[in-house]
Design a protein. Sequence first.
Length: 184
Amino acid sequence: MLFHKAIRFFMLFSAIAAVCFSTQVRAEDRVTLERNSQAALSSLIAQNTAARELSKSAVAILVFPDVKKAGFVVGGQFGEGVLWRGGKAAAFYNTGGASYGFQAGVQEYGYAMFFMKESALKALDSTQGFEVGVGPSIVVMDQGKGVTHTTTTMQDDIYAFIFNQKGLMAGVGIQGNKITKITK
């Protein structure tokens, strides 16, 4: 009986995930990706004081406007983004990852990484993919932290902001994430 309930739940979850991911996972083209990325960055800077301050001194900002994540025991996430340097699109990247553990749900979100040092930016392209959690220090900012930091206290390599979260993803598991340069 419990086995049948688990199968029904998995089938329902699979149907929900299929509907959520039926839209194209990859951006349609370079122009659309640039437009969506710039709009997401502008919105983040307008709404978040810490992001606004960091944008003034960041050497580059990598923005993933739409990352999709789904999982049921095994999960995955994917999105594409633009590296902004000097107000211009300098390169394109994808972010992907896998997770394993007690988890279930579907979620969409965006994130921006503010590179504060040239050495951190060079690490992004120095390997066959930038593994989050390996290499330069990354600080994930939340609203409370953003209010207490100033440009004199912000001395880390990279600051990340998560925004536009939709959906629900719950659970505990092991997760990895990799950022890789792509050609558009």
